[in-house]
Design a protein around this ligand. Sequence first.
Ligand code: NIG
Length: 384
Amino acid sequence: MTTLLTGIAELTTNDPHYGRLSDAALVLEGDRIAWVGRAKDAPAADERVDLAGRAVLPGWVDSHTHLVFAGDRTAEFEARMAGEAYSAGGIAVTVKATREASDEQLAEGLRRHIAEAVAQGTTFVETKTGYGLTVTDELRSARIAASQADEVTFLGAHLVPPGESSDSYVDLVRGEMLDAVAPHVRWCDVFCESGAFDAEQSRAVLTAAAERGLGLRVHGNQLGPGPGVALAVELGAASVDHCTYLESSDVDALAGSDTVATLLPACDLSTRQPLPDARALLDAGATVALASNCNPGSSYTSSMAFCVATAVLQMRMSITEAVRAATWGGARALRRETGDGAVGVLRPGARADVQVLDAPSVTHLAYRPGVPLTYAVWRAGQRG
Ligand code: NIG
């Protein structure tokens, strides 16, 4: 079954060969892109959809979310808006609610949040464990995540559970917990921040994960300057996420590495932190991704369009840079941007992950902030 999308006023492909095309068309075949080019050259297809002058781009690649959770933290958010600082201590509230929830409740919450994201143009979702923090609860979080998300990350080192000693918890995470969870996940992440895990504890967990064949990611430099970025670069992590407080040495290290700087502006707004210095990173040559960090504590939004608009309006990213960071950048952060079934890119052989805006160009994502512009979505060839 082939589907021809035609009447595309502006097609953003993120592929150097095709670039950005006007008067374009796309052919989807099953879960893959089969053809990209000018509408006048389009081949015949089984089905034809006329997009009547709308813009088309790859679906958002949300490379950082925490969606296996239960419970509610509205009160914490209200307190923060009244002046209280975000300390990440609220993670323990979600851990308690998550442990008390049934598998079915966790799976239904995950389904609902992924559906919410897809309805807003997200077609590829990474999510993490990290609200279980026992071997049993991290394992079931990983299994539930793997049943629905495109990518799963183990975040047993999210917080030391209240009442436990940090060194013995690190030993548990890098031993028995990793042994149990590793078969169900592709990535391991650590919250390397004062109040969570220090550089040596983070290194111990990440090294143990690498020995089991997992790729590495780091939560770093979220609440203050710290060792997270340097550690991520040293260990060859695929991405370091947050990057809110960067020293110039961090920017230089990222620019000279393959580690993606994943920026989470919705989180910085929701926790009343400064926004990260995207301009310094881009100007230095670092690869930047944008992600939602959807979670019940620090960033309860699944809207990648909100992140893109914020990046353009408040972080001095161009619309082209922001759209690329939220698509190709996320794919690069997950090492999914190349090969058969690549995401974040529209070229023959890529996964058929397509979003159509109810607007003639991607510029409208920032020009009309807050307006729901998603017109249609195909996720792995399935119309959402
Ligand atoms: O990425 N920083 C640590 N983890 C999450 C916050 C989770 C929470 O507050 O529940 C984050 O912001």
